[in-house]
Design a protein around this ligand. Structure first.
Ligand SMILES: Cc1cc2nc3c(=O)[nH]c(=O)nc-3n(C[C@H](O)[C@H](O)[C@H](O)COP(=O)(O)OP(=O)(O)OC[C@H]3O[C@@H](n4cnc5c(N)ncnc54)[C@H](O)[C@@H]3O)c2cc1C
Length: 502
């Protein structure tokens, strides 16, 4: 029996309303639904944290029944796989690891490709939440720690199959449709859309000359079309990998270390910094609290005494010697930044590396657990996430600035994120209504600072419903008008995902 109330929520903890929750079993069924012309909110696995999959009107259309791989093949750049949008990242990864798929409906060519599929190929983008669906990952252009080395989801998408708001289907290969200098974009069906000029902001729904239509659709949070299939590039992970967690007695050391690591990265030969993640003191505290109640987290050691900040570094390369050389350089940098060698965790096997990811993943999970607890006293409370980037800002200045803002506010807040892109998820966890107001003000201030420095106030998790009022206040009127015009061009009746963005 399906608990429909569950489908009115996502990981933002917002709760919406819908006339019905529907689970189409095929793209044709979905097309028939769209042809009725009534408002719909698409859902993947509902792990999004901005409320983008939370319905506010019309019907919730959950696409997780459209799941599985449908074809496999190879081109001059390597292997690709076709998946339905509701396929979960964890399921795709498990099938690739085992090289076992349900091939009953595969063509002979796909079956033959499976026989020659090398071990170790994977879909690399990783929002840390492996239960996300591939359709949701595309529609949020999910990033995550690995984005430092492999970019975000859209960069690994070769083609998209989907449905426009009218229910008409399309098949779109990367490189097939691009926006020209005058803002024109020819759609796969032959129709040409006139899109507005959009000042180059790092935000979804902002078209730019030369932009591929695949990239305009990615990150659009289901506002422009439905995705019914994706062709994904499969890639190999580096042969030699290390994951090291460096613990510090405060943020200054962590910032000096991270600035040093990023500065030395370009000089490394045969080794790359795959990820560089920051966890502040409150983030470590959230991990410790969750670890007390969740046995799966007890596979990780106790944190070193006095640990008040951590930087998790992933390193990879083809040869052990080059990776170990880079590791040595990182250790020197750690000691120069005031760290002690014994205050590190290090792993070089896939299982151990995966274990370390539990630390990073436990932080947003722990934040959500606190929100749930606070909501028992005050149901109106929710988490506020300033998901912001500050391109190229030195971390020695940026980290103390952001942490100082949280401290001044007196709010419960955890700062963590991807140091390579200077991209932070500041999670604010208000305890009462007054705190909620202060959290909203702080979130706005941090987003304002990010925009003023050429960054993005919706850098990775999207806009959804939780950030729409804030963006309406922060963005210049011409940018908002341009975004609306993009929406209008694709969805003139405004039936797709009403309430997201606008
Ligand atoms: C603990 C935790 C950690 C996280 N860490 C990260 C992180 O580091 N980086 C990151 O980027 N994200 C992160 N996320 C957010 C989340 O996992 C991603 O946004 C993910 O891509 C959402 O996928 P989903 O299947 O859950 O999509 P949903 O939440 O169901 O939907 C997201 C959006 O996509 C639309 N959509 C979904 N499927 C379709 C479709 N087939 N057609 C059209 N529109 C569709 C929905 O309408 C909605 O607008 C985290 C989440 C959690 C809970």
């Amino acid at each position: 029996m399906i608990d429909h109330a569950e489908y009115l929520k996502d990981e933002s903890r917002l709760s919406g309303a819908a006339e019905a929750v529907l689970f189409p079993q095929s793209a044709e069924e979905l097309a028939a639904l769209l042809k009725e012309g009534r408002p719909v909110t698409f859902q993947g696995a509902r792990t999004g944290i901005m409320g983008a999959a939370v319905p506010t009107a019309g019907r919730a259309v959950n696409l997780t029944a459209l799941s599985g791989a449908t074809a496999l093949g190879q081109d001059e750049k390597g292997f690709w796989i076709d998946v339905l949008p509701g396929t979960l990242l964890c399921d795709l990864r498990a099938a690739l690891r085992r090289r076992e798929f349900d091939t009953a409906r595969w063509s002979d060519a796909s079956k033959a490709a499976l026989k020659s599929l090398p071990a170790g190929l994977d879909f690399l983008p990783d929002p840390t939440e492996e239960t996300a669906s591939l359709g949701g990952m595309f529609m949020t252009n999910a990033g995550g720690p690995s984005s430092l080395s492999c970019g975000r989801t859209a960069e690994h998408v070769l083609a998209v199959g989907g449905l426009f708001a009218s229910g008409e289907s399309f098949a779109l290969a990367r490189g097939q449709c691009q926006i020209d200098g005058a803002g024109r974009c020819a759609l796969p069906g032959g129709q040409t859309l006139q899109l507005p000029a959009c000042p180059g902001l790092l935000l979804p729904l902002c078209p730019a000359p030369g932009q591929d239509l695949v990239d305009l659709l990615s990150g659009s949070e289901g506002m422009l079309a439905a995705v019914t299939s994706l062709r994904l590039r499969l890639s190999a992970r580096p042969k030699v990998r290390w994951s090291v967690v460096f613990f510090f007695d405060g943020p200054q050391g962590a910032a000096a270390f991270a600035d040093g690591a990023l500065a030395m990265r370009p000089a490394w030969e045969g080794c790359d910094l795959l990820s560089l993640e920051y966890l502040d003191e409150r983030s470590l505290g959230l991990f410790c609290s969750l670890r007390r109640t969740q046995s799966r987290l007890q596979v990780l050691p106790d944190l070193p005494e006095g640990a008040r900040a951590a930087v998790m570094a992933g390193l990879g390369g083809a040869e052990e010697s080059s990776v170990e050389e880079a590791l040595g350089a990182l250790l020197e940098c750690f000691v120069e930044a005031g760290g002690q060698e014994e205050d590190t965790w290090a792993a070089d096997t896939p299982d151990e590396i995966e274990k370390f990811q539990l630390l990073r993943h436990a932080v947003p999970e722990g934040a959500n657990a606190v929100v749930d607890q606070n909501r028992q006293k005050e149901p109106a409370l929710h988490k506020l996430t300033a998901d912001v980037s500050f391109p190229n800002a030195p971390l020695c200045g940026l980290l103390p600035e952001l942490l100082g803002l949280v401290e001044e506010s007196g709010l419960d807040g955890a700062l963590f994120g991807h140091l390579g892109g200077r991209h932070f998820h500041l999670n604010l966890l208000p305890r009462d209504r007054a705190g909620l107001e202060r959290a909203e003000a702080l979130c706005e201030e941090v987003c304002r600072r990010s925009l003023a420095r050429g960054g993005s106030p919706a850098a990775e998790n999207g806009v959804g419903k939780t950030k729409r009022a804030l963006l309406a206040r922060l963005l210049p009127a011409d940018v908002l008008a341009a975004m609306r015009a993009v929406k209008q061009a694709f969805d003139p009746q405004g039936v797709l995902n009403p309430g997201n963005f606008f």
